[in-house]
Design a binder for this molecule. Structure first.
Ligand code: ADP
Length: 495
């Protein structure tokens, strides 16, 4: 008898691209220069669309529109009504969630299933969470000496420039817009040149939700447009997510106008597995912690410290899992795909060069190590074993599906080696010993520590870096302080 036919792959349809112009002062406009730039689908390397390319003049127009909105209708709106707009935006995104997920997959190449189950639900949750904060930013009454009444107000910082990367395009929009809008700021956003499409669609939904013209402006373009935003004297604050190198440039430039700056930058996060951990859970979490999103996460668990006693067993199971993942490499619109392509050729080349450096340095490549297929920027899930702390694959952020395993003997050594990095974004520890888990979590110099889990995000839980991983925290109550000034008002009570 004939073998049963393999069921047809379940594919999601490619979305139509509706918006390729910029949003300035409530109008959809071309660049004043008439210039555009192409955006590509990383799985096929085909051009998707040409998008308006912002110049310094466009950025200036957008900043003026944001200033006008800040001084106009927006500042007079009741805080609770700002919250209602955020809720409405969440509802509209929810009603269009499949379209948003498909746009992310088209522009970024991430598996549609990830976009549907991770990115988009978190986007919606972030807007809902901050909708509730808009009318809860209260000040204090302050017991000063003398016959005075002193109180403080939380006021919006003003016009904020927001610059985001390409790895979680829509999610980064929500992390940036939601707290800024809750606080009463107005926005000029520059999405990444690789992935402008979901941001533009979300801006259309923001207009539909009723945000007044100029409250949200989007300028699409390259680093020069971002730089123009950072330089602009009428921008009060810059919120940036991206590479540490660009973060350093931004911070220096922002010093000229003393803008407030928050930065969410790179990482080289330690993931520490103790011998008493639930091995299968640790293997699954380690695999997810590095390979999720093709390894393109600033918090990727890229340095995996494994206690020597279980090292061999752990690596064996991990390699099995990574090998299984290879079968899930494919068309990101296929619902069964678990790994898509890297974002572009630059990233692809950079990652391949690190794989070369790992081999050269003498680390043992136990699986992967090559390109997958011959079209699209696909790279095999790659695991290096017996990596030592000073190899480039252990010190540098690779931002791809390349894991380094570093065996250790005792826990203090693991913590000390884990902290031996300029970065400090995230860390994880796997153990059944609750006291050890907390003790290690307290010693790790990182903004987030996951215990027996990895990449668990919530709109309410602050996220950000120690050391060169950044300044400030996004999400949670903490993010609101990025977008507010404290004003003290002191009133003479006479006499
Ligand atoms: P990546 O290397 O991952 O692309 P970048 O930090 O270069 O990360 O880019 C993140 C964002 O910063 C993108 O939107 C990019 O256009 C923008 N950008 C790049 N260079 C600059 C710069 N000098 N000033 C402001 N923004 C920039």
């Amino acid at each position: 008898a004939a073998a049963p036919a393999k069921p047809a792959a379940k594919k999601v349809a490619r979305p139509n691209v509706r918006q390729t112009k910029m949003l300035i002062g409530g109008h959809w406009v071309d660049s004043e220069s008439g210039k555009t730039f192409p955006t590509f689908h990383p799985a096929t390397e085909e051009k998707i669309a040409d998008v308006a390319r912002a110049t310094e003049k466009d950025v200036d127009r957008a900043v003026k529109a944001a200033r006008k909105a800040f001084e106009g209708e927006w500042s007079k709106m009741d805080a609770r009504d700002r919250g209602r707009l955020l809720s409405r935006l969440a509802d509209i995104i929810e009603a269009n969630k499949d379209e948003l997920a498909a746009l992310e997959t088209l522009d970024n190449g991430k598996p549609i299933k990830d976009a549907m189950t991770a990115d988009v639900p978190l986007v919606i949750d972030t807007f809902r969470y901050y909708a509730g904060w808009a009318d809860k930013l209260t000040g204090q009454t302050i017991p000063v000496r003398g016959n005075f009444f002193s109180y403080s107000r939380r006021e919006p910082v003003g016009v904020v420039g927001q610059i985001i990367p390409w790895n979680f395009p829509a999610l980064m929009v929500s992390w940036k817009w939601a707290p800024a809008l809750a606080a009463g700021c107005t926005i000029v956003m520059k999405p990444a040149e690789q992935t402008p499409l979901s941001c533009l669609r979300m801006a259309e939904w923001a207009i539909e939700a009723g945000f007044p013209p100029g409250v949200i402006n989007v300028v699409t373009g390259f680093g020069d447009a971002g730089a123009a935003l950072v330089k602009h004297p009428d921008v009060d604050k810059i919120a940036f997510t991206g590479s540490t190198e660009t973060g350093q440039i931004i911070m220096k430039e922002a010093a000229n106008t003393l803008k407030r700056v928050t930065l969410e930058l790179g990482g080289k996060s330690p993931n520490i597995i103790l011998a008493d951990a639930d091995l299968d859970a640790a293997v699954a979490g380690t695999d997810f912690g590095l390979f999720f999103n093709q390894g393109q996460c600033c918090c990727a668990g890229s340095r995996v410290f494994v206690e020597k006693k279980i090292h061999e067993q752990f690596v064996e199971k991990l390699v099995e899992r990574a090998n299984a993942r290879k079968f899930g490499i494919g068309d990101p619109f296929d619902l069964e795909t678990v790994q898509g392509p890297q974002i572009d050729k630059d990233q692809f080349d950079k990652i391949m060069s690190y794989i070369g450096k790992g081999k050269e340095a003498g680390a043992k490549c136990v699986t992967g190590g090559g390109r997958s297929g011959d079209k699209g920027f696909y790279i095999e899930p790659t695991v290096f074993d017996h990596v030592s702390d000073d190899m480039p694959i252990a010190t540098d952020e690779i931002f791809g599906p390349v894991m380094s395993i570093l065996p250790f003997k005792d826990v203090d050594e693991a913590v000390q080696r884990g902290n031996k990095t300029f970065y400090g974004l995230a860390a994880a520890v796997w153990t059944k010993d609750i006291a050890k888990a907390h003790a290690i979590a307290h010693k790790l110099r990182a903004g987030t520590v996951w215990v027996n889990c990895y990449d668990v995000f919530d709109a309410a839980a602050p996220f950000g870096g120690y050391k060169m991983s950044g300044i400030g925290r996004e999400l949670g109550e903490a993010a609101l302080s990025n977008y507010t000034e404290h004003k003290t008002v002191t009133v003479s009570l006479g006499g």
